[in-house]
Design a protein around this ligand. Structure first.
Ligand SMILES: [Zn+2]
Length: 81
C-alpha cells in the first residue's frame, strides 16, 4: 500500500502579482538542491506560485525575486508496476 504524504503548511509569502503578503495556499515543503527547505504554494487570491525559503527569519521582501526561469523541480515519479 502506498500513501502519498503531502505536508500542508500554512505560511506567509510574498505575492509578486498582488505585491502583498499573502497566506500561501496549498503550501508544500520542498527541499532544494542546496539542502535548504522551502515552502511552495499558491497565492490564494490570484493563484500565482509563491515560494518561501525557510531557515532565515524576518526577511523583508524589498525586492522579490521574480524567478525569470523557474528551475524544474527534480520530481521522481514512483515506478509503475
Ligand atoms: Zn497574488
Amino acid at each position: 500500500m502506498k500513501r502519498t504524504t503531502v505536508n500542508i503548511f500554512m505560511a506567509e509569502g510574498y505575492c509578486v502579482k498582488c505585491k502583498a503578503k499573502k497566506e500561501i495556499a496549498d503550501g508544500v515543503e520542498e527541499t532544494m538542491k542546496n539542502g535548504r527547505k522551502a515552502i511552495k504554494g499558491k497565492c490564494p487570491t490570484c493563484g500565482t506560485v509563491m515560494f518561501k525559503i525557510l531557515g532565515k527569519s524576518s526577511s523583508t521582501p524589498t525586492s522579490a525575486p521574480a524567478a525569470p526561469t523557474a528551475p524544474a523541480a527534480p520530481t521522481t515519479p514512483p515506478p509503475q508496476v
